[in-house]
Design a protein around this ligand. Structure first.
Ligand code: HEC
Length: 140
């Protein structure tokens, strides 16, 4: 009974604060299932990810600190994951192997995957650079 009441209180609290915080365990499970085949189980990306493939497309970049995912604001990462590499994230007609997950994952699931990816950005240098980038992005 008490546990139920507590759960109810927690639920009311979460609802009152807007959306529930993204669930990292769910994010990892979704990442392993939907993203790891290209971006790597350890977020390491495809080998030689900075070199264009023979078909003219780019390989999947790492999502860890060695890549450039952290250079982008959350809205951009969300948009790319939901819609793929289409305008405004890429020029019109841009050909990419990155899939659009809009029909596969809910917005909440996309946020959970991105929160899982972001939980890998830990070094003070990357966190400071990201913070500065986000401040610049807001000013625009
Ligand atoms: C079939 C392979 C494939 C899968 C699966 C895939 N991606 Fe990608 N992703 C790519 C490729 C290739 C790129 C590079 C696109 C380009 O530059 O043309 C990319 C780029 C991205 C970028 C932009 C990174 C940057 O720094 O610009 C994000 C964000 C991203 N993917 C997120 C995800 C997420 C989240 C998932 C899982 C839900 C996922 N991707 C699944 C192939 C894939």
């Amino acid at each position: 009974m008490r546990a139920r009441l507590l759960a109810l209180l927690l639920l009311t609290h979460l609802t009152a604060c807007g959306e529930a915080p993204p669930d990292l365990a769910e994010g990892k499970a979704l990442y392993d299932l939907h993203c790891a085949s290209c971006h790597g189980l350890k977020l390491e990306g495809q080998p030689n990810w900075q070199r264009r493939l023979a078909n003219g497309r780019m390989p999947a970049p790492p999502h860890d600190e060695s890549g450039h995912t952290w250079h982008h604001p959350d809205e951009v990462l969300f948009g790319i994951t939901k819609h793929g590499m289409v305008p405004p994230y890429a020029p019109p007609g841009y050909k990419s192997d990155m899939l659009a997950f809009g029909g596969v994952l809910s917005d909440g699931q996309i946020r959970a995957v991105l929160a899982y990816i972001e939980s890998h950005w830990k070094s003070p240098e990357v966190l400071a650079a990201r913070e500065q980038m986000l401040r610049g992005a807001k000013r625009r």
